[in-house]
Design a protein around this ligand. Structure first.
Ligand code: NDP
Length: 308
């Protein structure tokens, strides 16, 4: 099958489109998925750079965590999914610990049933592919930080893949009393459209200098020291990139289709929406151009790959 793969760690130049890569075998608890759309995540290029070498699976590996596609084969112990089901999910259970060989930037991928959910009926494959890893990070992260109804939140990096979902989930699922978020000047209105009450322009203002403090600070940028200064006494700071300064804590998602199922009503009613970067979707043969763009760290929402 065609697949984007790499055999050595490095920059974009090590990532190659192969036309005859071995297709994955379906284990008894897995399904084989014909990929229709996939999305990129910073973890893809961090993994390709060798940042998780010590816990990675042996090379070559296929890039890609997020998928939306159609089930074409099911293993003997698969309970609910069947051939023809339209599914989406993050196919890699632990993002940085033993991530599996068969990622989603290929014609076919495999995943355990528990990582997947049926695609929300109102979303197309491009929209569905834009969700799994970031919406699961947002949901699990808010839970880990003890976020709940009536609490206030500051999101560092509100316009990115994760941040854009943290804002929406905090507002519409968790019932935040107030949401502030940071971005550059051009994205402030976008933050408000997602549900932020206060959009902070990081090019003009230091968020930690605001008189207002927050119950939870969700750091998607790597500003843990500064984040602590914006936290209310007794609050929490969750850090998903870089080191966490205590009492801030580091968090890494675990792929879980149950989160997607739980959030399905919010997606199907249109209250929570996938955010797709307007420069995309990028076609399958332009994956490296898509990575070049993602690696600028300026993407708005998700960089999606479609068609395959
Ligand atoms: P994105 O590539 O989507 O983030 C890009 C966004 O970051 C842009 O919109 C940009 O907005 C914003 N940004 C960049 N610098 C700043 C800044 N100084 N202040 C505020 N906003 C900024 O990344 P993701 O959202 O997918 O991921 C964010 C980080 O979290 C990555 O490092 C990723 O690896 C990590 N991550 C960790 C997970 C975990 O489980 N631990 C899971 C998922 C992601 P602007 O152009 O306005 O600067």
């Amino acid at each position: 099958m065609k697949a984007w793969t790499y055999s050595e760690y490095g920059g974009i130049e090590v990532s190659k489109l192969e036309s005859d890569f071995e297709a994955p075998q379906v284990k008894e608890d897995q399904v084989l998925i014909k990929v229709v759309a996939a999305a990129l995540n910073p973890i893809d290029y961090m993994r390709r750079l060798g940042n998780f070498k010590a816990t990675d699976s042996p090379l070559p590996v296929i890039l890609g965590y997020d998928v939306a596609g159609v089930v074409v084969k099911v293993g003997s112990k698969v309970k609910d999914l069947k051939q023809g089901d339209e599914v989406y999910g993050d196919v890699i259970e632990h993002a940085i610990y033993r991530p599996t060989k068969f990622g989603t930037l290929a014609e076919y991928t495999v995943a355990q049933e528990k990582f997947l959910a049926l695609k929300p009926k109102n979303l197309d494959f491009v929209q569905a592919a834009a969700l799994p890893l970031v919406i699961e990070t947002a949901y699990q992260g808010l839970e880990a930080a003890g976020f709940s109804e009536g609490k206030s939140l500051l999101v560092l990096g509100g316009a990115g893949g994760v941040g854009s979902l943290v804002i929406q989930l905090a507002k519409h699922v968790f019932g935040a009393s107030k949401i502030a978020a940071t971005s550059s000047t051009a994205k402030l209105e976008f933050l408000k459209s997602l549900g932020a009450d206060l959009a902070i322009d990081y090019t003009k203002q230091n968020f930690e200098d605001l008189p207002e403090k927050f119950d939870v600070v969700f750091d998607t940028v790597g500003q843990s020291d500064r984040a602590l200064k914006a936290m209310k006494e007794g609050g929490s700071v969750i850090v998903i990139v870089g080191a966490a300064t205590p009492p801030g804590f580091s968090f890494v998602l675990t792929s879980d289709g149950e989160v997607l199922k739980k959030l399905n009503p919010y997606l199907e009613s249109g209250i929570v929406k996938p955010v797709i970067d307007p420069k995309g979707p990028f076609p399958f043969d332009k994956v490296n151009e898509a990575f070049s763009y993602l690696e600028t760290n300026r993407a708005t929402g998700k960089v999606v790959i479609y068609p395959f």
